[in-house]
Design a binder for this molecule. Structure first.
Ligand SMILES: NC(=O)CC[C@H](N)C(=O)O
Length: 304
């Protein structure tokens, strides 16, 4: 497969969509990101990397970080995690509160905000240095020690974080959050504010395409069954209430964030990431989602 040619074709095909949609504005700092950016990177299991456009520009990974924190929480609690968070698509927006009351503070899945807040609580309960451990994990996976939290983005989200604060308090009222509210929110805002490029993300997701094993170092990062389950959650819940349409159009496990990034996995073959800040009404990158759809059309590599 000539990946340089595939990327060039994808970029060309989605060019009219770049600048469409809206940059997330409820996190004031994200609203300042230029809408005209587009980058895409591929990391293959045979050790090659391909990129196009702004693929080496770091951006705010936002909810893509929920895959990394979930990996850590599963490491800490194993299957017991599923007593505290569900595994069903929510069909609701990522920041919704409505299901939590009926479901007694057990979030539908780890990739909506409510679920990620419980996951953050689990990580912090296991290790007070949770944020450092998360950064270490991400830096190792991406093979880039310079990856860091963008403190301005974290502060900007904290200052406007009423809804996440409400979610955390509400879940705590059911006893499903144990650490202090401020500590959980601080961890959550900072994990979302980690800045990475498409190239970093493609590398960092590569073990998800390789049954949990790091191609570069040979270490088993997570067990094969856990890698498979995380991929299945990405497929069913990774793009929020657009997950059904995403499976239909793209057909790959993928995780998006309101920074405009989407990371995806072709199991057994490669990991890829795309970034373009203009979002659709469900909070997924408009040009990014279209680029992934074109990628699977051109290569034929949907998991279906
Ligand atoms: N979908 C997202 O990327 C949401 C993450 C964002 N930090 C929030 O909590 O609202």
């Amino acid at each position: 497969m000539d990946f340089d040619a595939v990327l060039a074709r994808v970029a060309e095909d989605v060019r009219p969509l770049v600048r469409q949609g809206t940059v997330a504005s409820y996190i004031p700092r994200l609203a300042e990101v230029p809408i005209d950016r587009f980058g895409m990177a591929i990391a293959t299991l045979d050790g090659r990397q391909f990129s196009i456009g702004d693929a080496d520009t770091a951006f705010s990974i936002q909810s893509i970080s929920k895959v990394f924190s979930l990996s850590m929480a599963l490491d800490a609690l194993g299957g017991d995690l599923w007593e505290r968070v569900g595994r069903e698509p929510s069909g609701s927006p990522y920041n919704s509160l409505v299901q939590l009351e009926n479901e007694r503070g057990i979030p539908r899945n780890p990739f909506i905000n409510a679920g990620a807040l419980v996951v953050a609580d689990v990580v912090l309960s296991e290790r007070p240095d949770g944020l450092q451990a998360l950064l270490d994990f991400v830096r190792q996976r991406a093979d880039n020690p310079a990856i860091a939290v963008d403190a301005d983005v974290a502060a900007s989200e904290a200052a406007a974080g009423y809804r996440n604060a409400a979610l955390t308090n509400f879940i705590r009222s059911f006893g499903n959050i144990q650490q202090p509210i401020e500590a959980v929110l601080d961890f959550y805002f900072k994990q979302c504010a980690i800045a990475m490029s498409c190239e970093d993300l493609a590398q960092a997701f590569l073990h998800q395409a390789n049954a949990g094993r790091c191609r570069r170092t040979g270490t088993q990062v997570i067990s094969p069954i856990r890698a498979r389950r995380i991929n299945s959650l990405m497929l069913t819940c990774g793009t929020y209430d657009a997950a059904g349409d995403f499976a239909f159009q793209v057909g790959l496990p993928a995780k998006s964030g309101v920074g405009g990034g989407i990371a995806a996995v072709v199991p057994g073959v490669l990991a890829l990431a795309v970034w373009s800040p203009g979002l659709d009404e469900r909070g997924n990158s408009l040009a990014g989602a279209a680029a992934l759809a074109r990628f699977t059309e051109i290569t034929g590599w949907s998991i279906f």
